[in-house]
Design a protein around this ligand. Structure first.
Ligand SMILES: [Zn+2]
Ligand SMILES: [Zn+2]
Length: 339
C-alpha cells in the first residue's frame, strides 16, 4: 500500500473512532436469507424466547398481569374509572421501573461507564430544543403523559372488547401451537409495521408536524424510546390492532404491547448490552436504530425484517454509507435539513 493510501486509511480509521465510541455489525435476521438458512432461521425465531432477554421478561409480566389482574372478565365489561385507572397506574409503574431503571443504571449511576456505549457523548442534552430545557425531563414527560396514556387506551379497549365478546380470542390449552406461532411471528410483524409507518412518518409534512419530536433525540437514552408526538404514539402502537381482528390470546396481546411500549427503552438505551461486573447479562440497543437517530434517512425498520435492505435505505455503519445517506438526504430536502 502506498504512503498516501496508508494515510487515507489511517484518516478513515481515526474518523471512524471519532464518530462512535463503540460499533457492532448491522446484521439482519437470517430468516429471509437466500438460499434459506434453516439453522439461522430457527435460532432467530426462538432464541429471544428461550434465553434471558427483554422478550422473556415481557412474557412473564404478561402472564402475571393476565393471571392476577384479569381472573375473570366480568369486571371489565363496563368502562369504569376503577379498572381503567388501575391499568393506567400499572403501566406508569412499569415504565418508571423498566425505563427509569435502565436510565438510572446507565446514565445516572453510570454503572458500566462507556463500555458498549455507541455514542461518545456522556450525558444527554440540556438544550432549549427540549421542554424544561432538559432532554431527560422532556422525554419522561412525553413517555409518561402521552405514551402510557395511549398504551393504556389500547389495553382498555382490548379487554373491554374481549369481555363483551366483540374481540375474538383463543384459549392456551385449546390452541398451544397457535399461541407459540404468535410469539414467533410478532417480531417480524412489528418490524414490518414499524418500517411501513416509519417511512410514512418521514414524509416531510408528517415529519415536520409529528416525527420531528422523536428526532430531537440525536444522542439517545432509555426515555427517548417513547418520546414521540401523541399522533406518532397512536400510529406506532397500532400494530396491536391485529389482535382485535385475528384471534390470539390476551397474553399475546400484552406481550405485543409491552414490546411496543417498553421495548424502545432497551432499543434506545444507547448501549449494546447491559453488563454486571463485566459480564453481559442482557441485549439492549442495536446499532441499526442508533444509526437512524444520527443520520435520519436510513434504517427505518429493524433487523428482524430486512425491509431496509430490500428498499435501499440500509446503512451498515460504514463511512461509505454515511456519505451516501447524507447525499440522499440533501437531495430529498433540497439542502435543507428537515428539522
Ligand atoms: Zn427512535
Ligand atoms: Zn425516524
Amino acid at each position: 500500500m502506498s504512503d498516501q493510501a496508508l494515510q487515507e486509511e489511517g484518516g478513515k480509521a481515526s474518523k471512524k473512532r471519532d464518530t462512535w465510541n463503540h460499533t457492532t455489525p448491522v446484521v439482519f435476521s437470517p430468516l429471509f436469507d437466500w438460499p434459506p438458512n434453516l439453522k439461522g432461521s430457527i435460532l432467530a425465531l426462538t432464541k429471544r424466547w428461550v434465553t434471558i432477554s427483554r422478550n422473556v421478561l415481557f412474557l412473564l409480566m404478561a402472564w402475571l398481569v393476565f393471571r392476577f389482574f384479569y381472573p375473570d372478565m366480568t369486571h371489565v365489561q363496563t368502562l369504569s374509572v376503577g379498572w381503567v385507572g388501575a391499568i393506567f397506574l400499572r403501566n406508569i409503574l412499569f415504565m418508571l421501573v423498566i425505563t427509569g431503571g435502565l436510565h438510572l443504571y446507565l446514565f445516572t449511576f453510570r454503572v458500566q461507564g462507556k463500555r458498549l456505549k455507541y455514542d461518545h457523548k456522556e450525558q444527554l442534552d440540556k438544550s432549549r430544543k427540549f421542554s424544561f430545557k432538559n432532554q431527560v425531563w422532556d422525554n419522561m414527560f412525553c413517555s409518561l403523559a402521552g405514551g402510557a396514556t395511549i398504551w393504556s387506551a389500547y389495553e382498555v379497549f382490548y379487554f373491554w372488547g374481549l369481555a363483551n365478546g366483540i374481540i375474538p380470542s383463543i384459549g392456551f390449552l385449546d390452541h398451544p401451537v397457535i399461541f407459540v406461532l404468535w410469539l414467533l411471528v410478532i417480531p417480524v410483524l412489528t418490524s414490518s409495521h414499524f418500517y411501513l409507518i416509519h417511512r410514512l412518518l418521514h414524509w416531510p409534512p408528517l415529519y415536520r408536524r409529528v416525527h420531528s419530536v422523536h428526532h430531537r433525540n440525536i444522542h439517545i437514552g432509555p426515555w427517548s424510546g417513547m418520546s414521540m408526538h401523541p399522533v406518532e404514539q397512536l400510529i406506532y402502537i397500532s400494530s396491536v390492532l391485529i389482535h382485535f381482528v385475528i384471534p390470539s390470546h390476551p397474553v399475546i396481546f400484552l406481550v405485543h404491547i409491552y414490546g411496543r411500549c417498553l421495548g424502545p427503552s432497551f432499543s434506545h438505551s444507547g448501549f449494546e448490552k447491559l453488563l454486571v461486573k463485566d459480564k453481559s447479562v442482557l441485549e439492549a440497543a442495536d446499532f441499526h436504530h442508533q444509526l437512524h437517530h444520527r443520520f435520519f434517512e436510513c434504517n427505518y425498520g429493524t433487523v428482524d425484517a430486512p425491509w431496509d435492505r430490500w428498499f435501499g435505505s440500509y446503512h451498515n455503519g460504514s463511512d461509505e454509507d454515511t456519505v451516501r445517506v447524507r447525499e440522499q438526504r440533501k437531495r430529498m430536502y433540497r439542502n435543507k435539513p428537515p428539522a
